[in-house]
Design a binder for this molecule. Structure first.
Ligand code: KG4
Ligand code: ZN
Length: 336
């Protein structure tokens, strides 16, 4: 089954053709990051406009690279939630138009489900059940996947998402948007014991995360140093901060694994590219004999190949939509 997938939930316009949920025939991503960088973050109105401008060319290129025409496709899939509403609407309306005109089934896909599905492309043998840490710019979830479309949230952030926490701290340290990757690179050169930072926990909810206090601690360190005219070693601060965030993620994820008994651990989302998170989980899993699955680095950020992968399983579960499909800015992953 060949699915044309479309993604426009944030600042990447993407299209891909994916066969049977695992085999990527083409994947095209047009990123807007350079433009949003000027403002230090994503400007929703600009994002929507750029999606409108790019979507026709991106979809055409995805079809061309896959050697397909609309006649070769079996369905059209689209990210419909969660994300920036104006951005999502561009992809949803385009996909609806294509589905109607070409007479193809329309498959709505939840963005976080598709991040998880990036692992089906990289790891062809991976099948549910498994436990997944989904860490992106907008979400930090510990998810139990009992089937491809049966997902349960075991833990989540109470405030900032992990990616947001990385980006805000990186911005305070003077790095360009999105700062997560820059902070990660700089941290590789720093001393992670140089600054004492908290490891926040949530009372009564040991699998939940809270990152806003940690981020504020870093901002306070920077402000205090500035007021005193002292210089800070940002590589050391980045290393100490990255270690604190990763300690929280790894601790809760492994606790969830202990509590549920899952032996297959999966990570997904933009922050799953983090070098320390990958190293720590690899070490923990080889120590405890658990299996670790990670998406290829090229699939950790937003793309449409992962949408096409999840769409295949949504379709098999009977999850299609008609012309009434609308975009949703917020929607829980377990609702589909
Ligand atoms: O999944 P994603 O591409 O978009 C959302 O759905 O939000 O995630 C983007 C987030 C950004 O916050 C970005 O800074 C973060 O992922 N990120 C990283 C790294 N690469 C991307 N965070 C930490 N370390 C990285 N290497
Ligand atoms: Zn994403």
């Amino acid at each position: 089954m060949k699915i044309l997938a479309i993604e426009s939930s944030c600042d990447e316009t993407a299209a891909a053709v994916v066969e049977n949920g695992r085999h990527v025939l083409s994947s095209v991503v047009a990123t807007q990051i350079e433009e949003h960088k000027l403002y230090g973050g994503v400007v929703p109105e600009i994002a929507s406009r750029r999606h409108c401008e790019s979507i026709v060319g991106v979809v055409r290129e995805a079809l061309e690279r896959a050697g397909c025409t609309l006649k070769d496709l079996d369905a059209v899939a689209v990210t419909y939630a969660p994300g920036l509403i104006g951005a999502l609407l561009v992809g949803v309306n385009f996909a609806k138009g294509l589905s109607l005109s070409a007479g193809l089934p329309l498959i709505p896909v939840h963005h976080l489900r598709s991040h998880i599905a990036s692992n089906y492309i990289t790891n062809p043998t991976l099948e549910p059940p498994f436990l997944c840490l989904v860490v992106s710019g907008g979400h930090s979830h510990i998810i139990e996947a009992t089937d491809y479309t049966a997902l349960r949230i075991l833990g989540k952030t109470r405030d900032d998402a992990a990616g947001e926490a990385f980006d805000k701290a990186a911005r305070a340290m003077g790095m360009p948007y999105p700062g997560g990757i820059h902070l990660d690179r700089l941290a590789e050169t720093g001393n992670d014991q140089a600054f004492r930072l908290p490891r926040p926990t949530v009372d009564g909810a040991p699998l939940d995360f809270s990152f806003s206090g940690l981020k504020t601690a870093v901002i306070n360190i920077l402000h205090n140093a500035k007021q005193k005219g002292e210089t800070i070693n940002t590589a050391d601060l980045a290393a100490s901060y990255r270690k604190a965030v990763v300690d929280c993620l790894v601790k809760n994820f492994l606790r969830a694994a202990d509590e549920t008994g899952h032996q297959k651990l999966v990570i997904a989302g933009g922050v799953s590219a983090n070098a320390l998170l990958r190293r720590r989980l690899k070490a923990e899993c080889s120590r405890t004999g658990r299996m670790l699955f990670m998406p290829d680095l090229s699939l950790t950020g937003d793309n449409a190949a992962m949408v096409g992968a999840q769409a295949y399983y949504e379709y098999r579960a009977g999850h299609t939509a008609g012309m009434e499909l609308n975009a949703c800015a917020q929607r829980a992953i377990d609702l589909g």
